[in-house]
Design a protein around this ligand. Structure first.
Ligand SMILES: *[C@@H]1O[C@H](CO)[C@@H](O)[C@H](O)[C@H]1NC(C)=O
Length: 375
């Protein structure tokens, strides 16, 4: 702005003295008016541009950013909560769930998972709900990079509707078992498994008593309604929700290798210490004759990442915003000034070559009204 004021005043300061020294040809009045019109147009454009920039910058300032930082997780003593809800295609009396972690502690120390007899075949309403969860979850997984900022900022989880209750009770005896609940685990690697028979904890370790369940009854087809660690919520996607596996062989061993990443979320709307996980799964057919040994069942082998992710939401500092805004705006002013000067210079040149005779009868500067000087 100051630059423009200067230009406005300069012809009037000491003009009388300077005028006498002026040996440059004068331009006529029409030229000046024409040129100031150019200046005016440039000014208007510059102001529109400035307004547009201000609007965008302010909007950008109010938008927050989500930042991710990785750092070693030193919170060794923290507990890890596991939330599980899954249905296995075997009656509850035939299966048992257990956990063994790398400190050799077992289920008894961590809590208890509830078991409820049910039917593996879902009602149509349940099927719709389950397919919804599956679809939404796979969409979220695929589009995660496009929407993750939004998920974090929204501060709430994608809480999908719980599986609706079965309305019509099947006349057949229950053929499946729903295993659900939360366990509080040590923050070390471990192995949660659901196998045939009940497990028995002995001082020497734990054994699975599966002798009473014949192998022909084994069916480890399962559906995972939910698996998460820590507090659910805050923009975290649980990759295993909506997983369904149908086994056509009795001796199936399903393994999920779960890598848990501690995640601290500090957004404007929520503050939580939680966990994300990634998972790989495999299916192995147990066949002792062919050297594929093991116990059929569903195994979740989990391990905890040594690095945690810290998710923060931040604003640009106000000062930085002002500095950037003012430098951008002054840049626009300077460029507009240069642009105007260039246009004036070019038009002047053009006029001189087109109407060379007008050079002689120039109009002196002081007669031109003030406003024509303004940019
Ligand atoms: C296990 O149960 C599912 C669902 O009822 C069925 O489709 C599958 O064929 C069964 N598998 C075995 C090995 O019986």
């Amino acid at each position: 702005m100051s630059m423009l004021r200067h230009r406005k005043k300069s012809p009037y300061y000491g003009v009388e003295i300077i005028k006498n020294l002026d040996s440059f040809p004068k331009v006529n009045k029409e030229d000046f008016i024409e040129k100031s019109r150019i200046g005016g147009t440039v000014t208007v454009i510059a102001y529109i541009l400035i307004l547009w920039i201000i609007v965008h910058e302010v909007r950008y300032y109010f938008e927050s950013h989500v930042d991710f930082k990785f750092m070693p997780d030193k919170d060794y003593d923290a507990k890890l909560r596991l939330n599980l809800d899954l249905t296995v295609a075997m009656p509850c009396s035939s299966i048992g769930a257990d956990i063994l972690d790398s400190t050799n502690q077992n289920m008894l120390k961590f809590g208890k998972l509830d078991m409820m007899d049910t039917w593996f075949e879902m009602t149509s309403e349940q099927r719709l709900n389950f397919d919804d969860i599956r679809r939404v979850n796979s969409y979220l997984r695929e589009e995660f990079h496009a929407i993750n900022d939004l998920l974090w900022k929204s501060g709430h989880s994608i809480t999908l509707r719980k599986l609706p209750q079965r309305e019509i009770i099947d006349s057949n005896p229950p053929d499946a078992c729903r295993v659900y609940g939360s366990l509080v685990l040590n923050k070390v690697a471990g192995n949660l498994h659901i196998t045939a028979g009940k497990s028995l904890h002995l001082p020497e370790g734990h054994v699975h008593i599966s002798a009473f369940v014949s192998q022909a009854e084994y069916n480890f087809s399962h559906r995972i309604h939910h698996l998460s660690f820590g507090d659910s919520g805050v923009g975290i996607i649980h990759p295993l929700d909506g997983e369904e596996k149908i086994a056509d062989i009795n001796m199936a061993l399903y393994q999920y290798f779960v890598e848990i990443v501690p995640t601290d979320v500090e957004t404007f709307l929520s503050k939580a210490k939680t966990y994300q996980y990634s998972v790989k799964d495999s299916l192995r057919i147990i066949n002792h004759d062919k050297g594929s040994h093991g116990v059929p069942g569903i195994f979740f082998k989990y391990d905890i990442s040594a690095l945690k992710v810290v998710v923060t939401q931040s604003h640009e500092p106000l000062l930085k915003f002002f500095v950037r805004l003012s430098s951008t705006l002054s840049g626009v002013f300077v460029s507009a000034g240069i642009l105007k000067d260039c246009i004036l210079f070019i038009t002047k040149k053009l006029e001189r070559t087109l109407y060379p005779e007008q050079k002689k009868n120039g109009v002196s500067v002081e007669k031109v009204p003030e406003e024509v000087y303004s940019l």
